[in-house]
Design a protein around this ligand. Sequence first.
Ligand code: HEC
Ligand code: HEC
Length: 401
Amino acid sequence: MFVRGGPSHRLGAVLVPMSLALAWTACSDGEAAAPAADAGRDVAQPPEDASVDAEGSPDSSAPWTCATDDDPDGSKRHLECTGLYADAASKVVAPDVRAYRPALEFWSDGAAKQRWIHLPPGTTIDASDVDEWVFPAGTKLWKEFSLEGRRVETRLYEKTAAGWRHAVYRWNAAETSAERLETGEKLPPTGARSTTYEIPDATQCKTCHDGRKEPVLGFDAVGLGLPGAEGVTLGSLAKEGRLNAAPATTDLVVPDDLGDGTGPSALGFLHANCGGCHNDNAAAVASYTKPKLLLHASELLGEDGGAAPTSYKGLRAYATTVCKAANRTDPDGGAPYALVQPGAPTASLVAILAGQRVAEGKEPSSGVQMPPIVTRAVDGAGHAKLTSWISALAAIQPTCP
Ligand code: HEC
Ligand code: HEC
């Protein structure tokens, strides 16, 4: 590992929409605002253990205040107490919480998403390893999911002095409050939504999120440094002195051998949707499989942190898939599938599995679909990026060696 970059790093133009351009403030970290007094709850005299019934299950009808809202693991029971909002009733986020959207997004069965980060005032992210950032204690990241214009769930990862913990909060129908839900929930198809939408149970979070050194998958140099990132970006973090080591450039680029954009789109799709599990970290659940689908900022920056590479052929995501045999054999032919067969997306296992889901009513399974959990609808646009690239690849790789 080496420390990259110096004060001479180049800063690109950073476009921050006004609604996102909230300054970091020096106000106190963490302690969340109490729920708004007009939230319609009796917060005057909360009994000592009002939020837990005789069996120890949460009783959502019990009165509560943020002061008594702690779960045994230290997480708050209600999203309103996590520090996200300055005013939960009007959904105004706290001044020390900033919105961001990574350039590469995970597909969540069509849900619309918003994300925010809180970094405690005066702290920096340890970016000495440009591929695996280490966040300061007190960091919180939220991701909100909406279906058909209504908030459904908001997820939280937070780093305390004792390490990371996570929670998922289920919004009530009126969107006035969101309470912790550990068991997950399957929302049946509706007229507008043809498949089940699944709120993961709290153990499933780790299946994806434990695949990196820290359980933060999208707020990284690649996601914030490629074109299209909004709000907090690699450039804004470097400019504000939020990284202990800024990379040589904050405008990352995925090489585009074909010059038609298909490669960067497809490799970006694989990074966001597959790379958290398919990488070399021992804790990544698919680390033992051949495809390594994570893009590494160190690769995009060039080995020495200097000139960026001009071909994607050297990237692990290309080198471990294109013209490489899968472990799995084709049940019809008996031969192993190709992971990526240039010119033949329907013979490429990476594209086959990204383009399939189990039948409605069945549990997702790795034999049929990728990702193998939670999702029940194909990312049509993402899959099209992948198949377009695999088709176009025949121009530079007509046959496999
Ligand atoms: C199937 C894989 C998968 C599962 C399961 C999953 N996540 Fe994520 N999550 C991701 C990916 C990939 C990103 C980054 C890309 C993005 O934000 O679109 C992400 C982003 C996030 C973020 C924003 C910070 C970050 O890591 O970039 C939070 C917070 C989060 N997830 C919380 C949770 C919680 C809590 C659960 C369990 C209830 C969960 N996630 C389950 C894949 C998953
Ligand atoms: C939640 C973790 C997870 C995510 C996300 C994920 N995978 Fe996988 N993948 C696995 C696991 C575990 C296996 C091995 C189990 C198996 O093959 O049944 C696997 C196997 C595979 C294989 C078979 C490899 C071989 O050599 O036979 C391919 C191809 C694959 N995944 C592609 C993808 C693609 C493409 C994506 C993104 C669209 C993706 N995966 C997302 C966990 C994941």
